[in-house]
Design a protein around this ligand. Sequence first.
Ligand SMILES: [Zn+2]
Ligand SMILES: [Zn+2]
Length: 207
Amino acid sequence: MKIIRIIVTDYQTNCYLISSLKNNTVIIDPGGDPELIIESIEKNNLVPKFIINTHGHVDHITANNLFSEKYKIPVYIHEAEKDFLNNNHFNMTDFAGVNYEPAKDIKFIKTGDVLNLDELEFKIFHTPGHTAGGITIQLDNQLFTGDTIFRDSVGRTDLPTGSFKVLENSIKDVIFKFPDNYIIYPGHGPDSTVIYEKENNPFIKIT
Ligand SMILES: [Zn+2]
Ligand SMILES: [Zn+2]
């Protein structure tokens, strides 16, 4: 397995390319700057097979349609995030002023779903709070948390469908229930670990 992180757009979003031993690849959060993502795909001889959105904000979804069409692949997003794909207020493409066209091949997922790619198993966990349909994706000892939690911080909860109480529960009841040594790959900023955030995250206090 290989994980490549590409930082895209002015929002500095982490787009992840995760590849199997056969170079089949999942694109997590193609939020923009598609030329950077394509360059990495081609340089590494990767074969995209599907897209997963951790949630439906502009900086995570803007290049969905381009990649879905180019590689004829589906986009997976949580069922509670349905409204974000076509609502430019919810997905904030109106606020950001970007040219956005929703992808056509959308598949909805929920907690308990597993997406397989060769030897890789992507397990889906609903972690709402930043948005109603935010997810964490578990791959072995790695967690792709989107904008739910960052190193030393958490996602905003003042945007449509956000709630701090719900976010706090998602972090305590889902993310912090994974083993301490699990690696957190957030939607923005550097990697972290479950234990690091338990001990240092100033927004989430374990009592
Ligand atoms: Zn977001
Ligand atoms: Zn974001």
